[in-house]
Design a protein around this ligand. Structure first.
Ligand code: GLA
Length: 391
C-alpha cells in the first residue's frame, strides 16, 4: 500500500485551483536492527517501506510558502525571508510545519542561496502513521527536501539531504535524533536494507530476500504515543555521552565487546547497561548483515530477539505493550521480533512466515485485548525505494 501521488496532486488542485509543478514522495522506514547506535557513531540497518509521504508543489510568484495537508485544517504559511537567516527566531516554526519549514532553513544552512528563489504552495498526503516509530517525520522531511532540491535546482546529493533532514529535526523541531531515519528514506531500495556506518556515513544496500524466503515483515503498532523532543530519548543520548566520556573514547563506537569488563568495573550500573546495549547492538548489526549474506533471512531471528532483550533490560526503552507484541509474535513462531525505533511506545516488528501473518496478527490483537491494552494496529510492510520524484 502506498499513498498515490495523484491523491496529493488532486488535493493540491482542489485547494490552490491550479495543477502542481510536480509531486515527490518520501518513504517511512522500519529499522531492522541497530537501535540508538546512530548517534553513537555506530551501525544501523533500516529499510525504506512502502508507506509514503507525498508532497505536491507549485511555484508562486512571490516569497510566500503555503503548506496544506490532509492532517491539518488550515495551511501553514511562512515567508522565505523569515527562513533566510542563520538562527531561527523563537516561534517562527510551530506544529507539524516545523518539519517542512525546518528543511527550508536547513537547506540554506548547507549552502543553498534562498535570496532569489520563488515561494511555493504545497499539499502533503501521507499513509505513514505518526507516532508509530516508522519515521513519519523523516518521510515528510525527505519528501520536501527532494522536492525543493529539484524545484529550486539546488544540486545537493542524497548524503547531504540526509544531513539537512537531521539538522531540521535537531534544530527546528528540537529532537536530538541521529542520521538513520533520513538515510533510510533517501537510500532505500526495493527488497534491500540500508547498512549505514554512522561515523563514515558509508552506505551499502543489501538484499534482504524476505520474499524468496517466504517471509514478511509484520509491524505491530502499539499505538502508545512517543515523542523524541522530550524525555527518555534525550536522557539515553546523555547517558551514552557520559559512558563514552568516562571510558575515555570519542564515542561508544570505539568500544567493543572485550571492553565491557572494564566498563562494568568503572561505570555505575545504569551507565554500564546503557553502554552494553550500544556495544552489543553494534555487533548484532554486523552479525545480521553477515548472516543475511551467508545464510539468508531465516537465520537472523536470534539476533532480532536478542536486540529486543537488550533494549528492554539494558537500555530500558521498551514498554509492556511492545514486550507483549514481541512475545506473542515469538510464541506464534516468528523468525524473530523486536521493538523498532526510538522506543517508549511506537511499534514492534516481527519477521514472520507469509502463511502465518494472519494468525500472528490475531494472536497479538487477542493478547492486547486480554491485557486491557488499546487495540494495536498490525500490518505488513515491504522494503521499498528511496525518496524521489513521483509525478
Ligand atoms: C529515532 C531517531 C533515530 C534513532 C532511533 C533509535 O528514530 O530519529 O535517529 O536514534 O530513534 O535507533
Amino acid at each position: 500500500m502506498t499513498t498515490s501521488p495523484h491523491v496529493a496532486a488532486d488535493a493540491f488542485a482542489a485547494r490552490y485551483d491550479r495543477s502542481p509543478d510536480g509531486v515527490w514522495q518520501g518513504p517511512g522506514r522500519v529499522n531492522l536492527i541497530g537501535e540508538h547506535t546512530d548517534y553513537n557513531d555506530g551501525f544501523v540497518f533500516p529499510f525504506a517501506i512502502d508507506r509514503n509521504t507525498v508532497v505536491a508543489v507549485g511555484a508562486r510568484d512571490d516569497r510566500s510558502v503555503r503548506m496544506s495537508s490532509d492532517f491539518a485544517d488550515a495551511p501553514a504559511t511562512v515567508s522565505l525571508d523569515d527562513l533566510d537567516v542563520d538562527e531561527l527566531a523563537a516561534g517562527t516554526l510551530e506544529g507539524w510545519s516545523a518539519y517542512p519549514f525546518g528543511v527550508i532553513w536547513a537547506l540554506r544552512h548547507f549552502g543553498a542561496d534562498l535570496s532569489t528563489v520563488p515561494g511555493f504552495d504545497a499539499h502533503v498526503s501521507s499513509d505513514v502513521p505518526a507516532g508509530a516509530g516508522l519515521s513519519s517525520s523523516a518521510a515528510l522531511m525527505c519528501a520536501v527536501a527532494v522536492a525543493l532540491n529539484d524545484e529550486w535546482q539546488l544540486g545537493f546529493d542524497a548524503p547531504t539531504l540526509a544531513r539537512v533532514g537531521q539538522l531540521a529535526e535537531n534544530k527546528a523541531v528540537g529532537a536530538p535524533t541521529g542520521i538513520m531515519d533520513e538515510s533510510a528514506s533517501l537510500f532505500g531500495r526495493r527488497d534491500h536494507g540500508v547498512f549505514l556506518d554512522c561515523r563514515s556515513l558509508d552506505t551499502e544496500v543489501i538484499e534482504l530476500g524476505f520474499e524468496d524466503a517466504g517471509l514478511e515483515l509484520l509491524v505491530m503498532n502499539t499505538r502508545v504515543d512517543h515523542a523524541h523532543a522530550t524525555g527518555g530519548y534525550a536522557e539515553r543520548r546523555a547517558s551514552c555521552e557520559k559512558g563514552a566520556r568516562l571510558m575515555g573514547v570519542a564515542s561508544l563506537r570505539d568500544l567493543d565487546i572485550d571492553d565491557l569488563t572494564r566498563a562494568e568495573r568503572e561505570l555505575d550500573d545504569e551507565t554500564f547497561r546503557r553502554v552494553r546495549h550500544i556495544v552489543t547492538e553494534n555487533q548484532r548489526v554486523l552479525d545480521t548483515v553477515r548472516t543475511l549474506r551467508t545464510e539468508g533471512p531465516r537465520a537472523i531471528g536470534d539476533l532480532l530477539d536478542a536486540s529486543h532483550v537488550s533494549m528492554r533490560d539494558d537500555f530500558e526503552i521498551s514498554v509492556p505493550e511492545l514486550d507483549l507484541a514481541v512475545e506473542t509474535a515469538q510464541k506464534c513462531g516468528a523468525v524473530g521480533a523486536r521493538m523498532t525505533g526510538g522506543g517508549f511506545g511506537g511499534a514492534a516488528i516481527a519477521l514472520v512466515a507469509h502463511d502465518r501473518i494472519d494468525e500472528t496478527k490475531d494472536a497479538v490483537e487477542a493478547a492486547f485485548a486480554k491485557a486491557g491494552f488499546r487495540a494495536p494496529d498490525c500490518f505488513t510492510v515491504h522494503p521499498a525505494d528511496a525518496a524521489g520524484r513521483a509525478l
